[in-house]
Design a protein around this ligand. Sequence first.
Ligand code: F0G
Length: 352
Amino acid sequence: MRFVSQPGRGVIERFQEFLPRCETVVSLGEGSTPLLFSPSLSARIGRGCEVFVKNEGVNPTGSFKDRGMTVAVSQAIDRGARTLICASTGNTSASASAYAARAGIPCAVVLPAGKIATGKLIQAFAHGAKIVSIDGNFDDALTIVRELGEGNEFAIVNSINPDRIAGQKTAAFEVIEDLGNAPDFHLLPVGNAGNITAYWAGYREFRERGKSQTVPAMIGFQAAGAAPIFHDRLIENPETIASAIRIGNPASWKQARTALDESNGAVDIVTDEEIVSAQTWLAGNEGIFVEPASAAPIAGLFKRAEKFPEASRIVCTVTGHGLKDPDSIQRRIGKLEPVPAKIDKVRRALGF
Ligand code: F0G
């Protein structure tokens, strides 16, 4: 292995035997994220259920995309790629541009205009990506990127690239290592459907290798206004506050369907109101601040609370950090009127 970056705890180093052979390793120390037992979510579901939160927001660029990006970019470098390209609702572009910077190659990103959360756009810009926004949605952007990737000028690092899925399956490996077995249920948000595909591949692989006895039922959540898999039809104008999963024609639709069917899982929807309320609840009750898309499985957990059998072990993946999308919260803060810098005034303003 030749490390472009310092050897660290990245997912390639940790799980190389389960991944495509990487001669070059471009890593930012992704993976090994905490699986947090959640007393308050467990209490809310009750009946002896145990709820855990896999916090992917603590990855180097603040989302789960880094697990797949380290493999995709390392492999692209091994194949002699000169420029990376991706379409994105924000996080893929943030991750791709960071790993491209680490590898020392340029990165082009195609984004739906006006629909990228502030923090994510700032990340891509800061890492020096070439950014183009289009009058269209994510699905239109991905169509263009697929075409641009047909020649040998650009290496596509969207999850249609199997190296991305390979890297992302390591999150399921970590869950099994932490719990000693697979959970009964795994809940996660679904957008382009790469991540649910990756988790399912990871769970299956570790069961085949004898590292777990079981596999979980995969439960995917889409936003009510962007729910093609739930409705089993293409959504032409997807709309939701959870901009990361504002997708009407998921690239891994078929693979997600397989994961849902083979695991005896389910796909469900949550409204924007349920998403915002779950986001606030998780931040206030567990100290975990996530972006709106990542609150979808928490909203879904609340919605389906009664459906989980007694003493179930449930894992919810929260996929991205809350600081990526400050705007939705900012609107609720309103204006903070200053008070005089006197202790009694501050005490009164605090209401204590
Ligand atoms: N959560 C977050 C925070 C995401 O950024 C995404 C996808 C998902 C969930 C859904 O994962 O697509 O594998 O089903 N974001 C992509 C992007 C589409 O461009 O950043 P998925």
